[in-house]
Write a protein that binds this ligand. Structure first.
Ligand code: FRU
Length: 503
């Protein structure tokens, strides 16, 4: 595909800008009406209105964190994909920016609903913020191509006149060819693209000197038959002297996964030795990372899930979709990864409650003096060997009908989170294996108006779920069964980043 002549290029840029303007106008109309929604989050990134899915193009650019996301500005449901855009100086206070990408070209605009600018990544190319995304059209056959768009000011993006930069999948009859993740190694750019064939998910690897012309290097990694038939949203990066690959596999029970091992840039092969889930919750998908100015690997994911009842049966509340809080990835032993809330989250701490030390046995206890729907809780727990189970009940209603229960089953060595709300959508139990050999456990929990994120033992296990209590349901309880359990609790209410002047 030859680059366009000057006039045709200007015409195409205008078409793109018009498509962006229409989206921004649609958002401005509904923007205010969503603000009063009961489940609108206080300290998570959400669309100003209407639909959000995957985080895209997480990048640290000119001293600020940028996050783009799959966005449909016209309705709170999935449709022709745009890239929404927000930025932050500290990872906790976010500012919404105009839409960055909108469908406008033959390679990203079709006539059916599925078309658009699908997921991808971003890099700082010598001061030019460059987005790399999948153009998706499905008019006759599905066609997925890799495209780029560039910006000098970090806000307004021009699609490259020579798009698509990768026009065809290297394999025929594959199941998807999308979600490019680009990074720099030595002086070359590398890209992985998610795909699948014959029932096995895989990633294709490319190399480029200029982000425009790409050389195919082969299949860097693929499923062994147990890891899904298509690998969406891959992210491959160095971690603790090795490499890690994050995946969102399709058509398999584990909808998020990481593999750690060795990347050989000579052969183009990623040889993995360790695999696990990143997050054992239900509402965690399409995780992506960035490397920031302090060399930290920061991860955010879509805090929802395809097919969940909250999506398919959502009442019309004018918005849908949110991101997890930002988490830092830290290497553990033998290829294991830990995931912890970023330090900056402490900036949002408001009122502090020292809830003291309580020992209970075969009982439950309501924590009086603390009520909130948006808070952070730290719990240090010690339990005797004979204890059967213990835990914390979050977002409890006074009549006991609504609650989200975090339980540790001592004999099974299982941590679980069960959400249970009257009349509201999915009941669900998330389960994660967790060893607590010395009879103690640390939990760090982030509760917001419609979410719970649980970090156990310094991020060894993480469980993320959306919860939809029907009213206030702001109580907190602890419980134990079978023996004495000592709880030491501390909590902070958290500021609302969306209310001017509060945070
Ligand atoms: C993952 C995903 C991506 C795709 C995008 C479309 O959630 O299916 O593979 O690019 O969403 O919105």
């Amino acid at each position: 595909m030859k680059p366009l002549k000057e006039e045709a290029y200007v015409e195409r840029q205008t078409a793109h800008q018009e498509s962006i303007n229409l989206g921004n106008e649609a958002l401005a109309i509904v923007n205010e009406s969503v603000a009063g929604d009961l489940h609108r989050l206080h300290y998570h990134l959400m669309p100003p209105a209407n639909w959000m899915n995957d985080p895209n193009g997480l990048v640290y650019y000119k001293g600020e964190y940028h996050l783009f996301y799959q966005h449909y500005p016209y309705s709170p449901k999935w449709g022709p994909m745009h890239w929404g855009h927000a930025k932050s100086k500290d990872l906790v206070h976010w500012e919404h920016l105009p839409i960055a990408l909108a469908p406008s070209e033959w390679y990203d605009k079709g006539t059916l609903d599925g078309h658009g600018c699908w997921s991808g990544s971003a890099v700082d190319d010598n001061g030019v913020l460059t987005l790399i995304y999948t153009g998706h059209v499905d008019d006759n056959d599905i066609k997925e191509t890799q495209c780029i768009a560039r910006s000098e000011d970090g806000i307004h993006f021009e699609k490259y006149a020579g798009n698509p930069v990768i026009a065809d999948s290297p394999e025929k009859n594959c199941f998807g060819f999308r979600d490019p993740k680009v990074w720099k190694y030595e002086d070359q750019w590398y890209m992985v693209v998610g795909s699948g064939k014959d029932g096995n998910g895989k990633i294709h690897l490319y190399r480029s000197a200029d982000l425009k012309s790409w050389t195919y290097l082969g299949i860097a990694a693929e499923s062994d038959g147990t890891m899904g038939d298509m690998w969406e949203c891959p992210d491959l990066f160095p971690m603790g002297g090795h490499h890690a690959l994050i995946l969102s596999p399709m058509n398999v029970q584990e909808r998020n996964m990481y593999l750690t091992g060795e990347m050989n840039y000579e052969t183009g092969k990623f040889d993995y030795r360790y695999k696990d889930k990143l997050d054992y919750g239900y509402d965690f998908y399409a995780a992506q990372t960035l490397l920031d100015g302090q060399n930290r690997r920061i991860l955010m994911a879509w805090m929802d899930m395809w097919g969940s009842k909250s999506i398919t049966e959502a009442p019309s509340r004018g918005w849908l979709g949110a991101m997890t809080i930002p988490r830092e990835l830290v290497p553990g032993e033998h290829g294991k990864l830990f995931m912890r809330p970023v330090q900056e989250h402490k900036l949002l701490r408001n009122e502090h409650y020292a809830l003291g030390s309580h020992t209970i046995e075969s009982d439950q206890m309501r924590i009086t003096g603390f009520r909130s729907t948006s808070y952070e809780l730290e719990a240090r727990i010690e339990f005797a060997a004979e204890v059967k189970e213990f835990g914390i009940k979050l977002r409890c209603s006074d009549d006991g009908k609504e609650e989200t229960v975090v339980t540790y089953k001592v004999e099974d060595r299982m941590l679980q989170m069960k959400r249970d709300y009257e009349g509201t959508r999915d009941q669900h139990i998330s389960v994660a294996p967790l060893e607590c050999t010395d009879g103690s456990m640390k939990l760090h929990i982030f509760v917001d108006t419609s979410s719970v994120e649980l970090f156990a033992n310094e991020g060894e296990r993480v469980i993320t779920n959306r919860v939809y209590p029907s009213g206030g349901s702001d109580g907190l309880r602890i419980f134990a069964d079978g023996g004495p359990v000592k709880f030491e609790l501390e909590a902070w209410t958290l500021k609302n980043i969306w209310v001017q002047g509060e945070a």
